[in-house]
Design a protein around this ligand. Structure first.
Ligand SMILES: NC(=O)c1ccc[n+]([C@@H]2O[C@H](COP(=O)([O-])OP(=O)(O)OC[C@H]3O[C@@H](n4cnc5c(N)ncnc54)[C@H](OP(=O)(O)O)[C@@H]3O)[C@@H](O)[C@H]2O)c1
Length: 249
């Protein structure tokens, strides 16, 4: 099925690894130019750009902390200049720093909220300005089922992920009249670096919770994101699509 994405220009935050890499490559496979950002994994980000270019598309990697408001403005401006426009934003860069609330430090709380929630504000804000001006665009924000159900030891992460959902629904309402779709993909457990840091007993528990009896591959999320970025999903907005194998029904 042709998704009609050929020639579109996209930003994927946190594209150097994991789900972000799969989304960047999924969009490039459909013919999109893709800019990714990252904070630490420079050579991995360069490798992703190489793979985007091997698919015949333009790629760009920018070192930018998503928590920095000015960095987001600069990245959107740079992509508009180098690619000739921006059509798609996928906010994906995220971290966790777990701990029960009675032991959580202020730094733990602030760091996770700044990267996950403020980081999504920064890029949604910068892209929305472009999309309102051009009367069109697609935004997909990657949240988590833990932003819906909460999770033991993840009050900071769950608050940030729930905040992303509430923000996205508000933006869907604000931007609909400008022909901008805003949706959320909420994965369950996905096999990435983030999941590899989890002790095996918790990973096994996630598999047990999952109706389909497996942990997702990053591509399972990317496939849904790419669809939502296309006009095949033009009448879908303000939705939260769980890609969790039935982990949280
Ligand atoms: N894996 C899961 O089980 C799972 C489940 C539900 C939801 N999610 C969500 O899916 C998204 C991606 O997760 P993942 O598992 O793919 O994570 P990951 O493998 O740890 O990759 C995270 C990506 O975000 C980037 N990043 C982190 N902090 C950043 C910052 N301050 N500025 C710029 N880039 C930053 C990382 O780049 P550098 O390392 O190069 O800085 C990396 O590219 C996150 O929002 C996460 O909450 C994941």
């Amino acid at each position: 099925m042709d998704l009609g994405l050929k020639g579109k220009n996209a930003i994927v935050t946190g594209g150097s690894m994991g789900i972000g890499t799969a989304i960047a490559l999924g969009l490039a496979a459909e013919g999109c130019s893709v800019a990714i950002n990252y904070r630490r994994h420079e050579s991995e980000a360069a490798g992703v750009v190489e793979r985007i270019e091997q698919l015949g598309c333009r790629g760009l990697a920018v070192k930018a902390d998503v928590a920095d408001f000015a960095d987001a403005q600069n990245m959107v401006r740079r992509v508009e200049e180098e690619f000739g426009g921006l059509d798609i934003l996928v906010c994906n860069a995220g971290i966790n720093w777990d701990g029960v609330i009675w032991k959580m430090t202020e730094e733990q709380w602030d760091t996770v909220i700044n990267v996950n929630l403020k980081g999504y504000f920064n890029y949604n804000r910068a892209a929305a300005e472009v999309f309102v001006r051009q009367k069109g665009g697609k935004i997909v924000n990657i949240s988590s089922i833990n932003g819906i159900r909460g999770k033991f030891g993840q009050s900071n992460y769950a608050a940030s992920k729930g905040g992303e959902i509430a923000m996205s629904k508000s933006l869907a309402r604000e931007l609909g009249k400008f022909n901008v779709n805003v949706n959320v993909v909420a994965p369950g457990m996905v096999m990435t670096e983030m999941a590899r840091k989890i002790p095996p007993e918790f990973l096994n528990k996630a598999v047990d919770e999952t109706v389909l009896g497996r942990i997702a591959a990053p591509e399972d999320c990317a496939n849904v994101v790419v669809f939502l970025c296309s006009d095949r999903a033009r009448h879908v907005t303000g939705e939260v699509i769980q890609v969790d194998g039935g982990q949280y029904i």
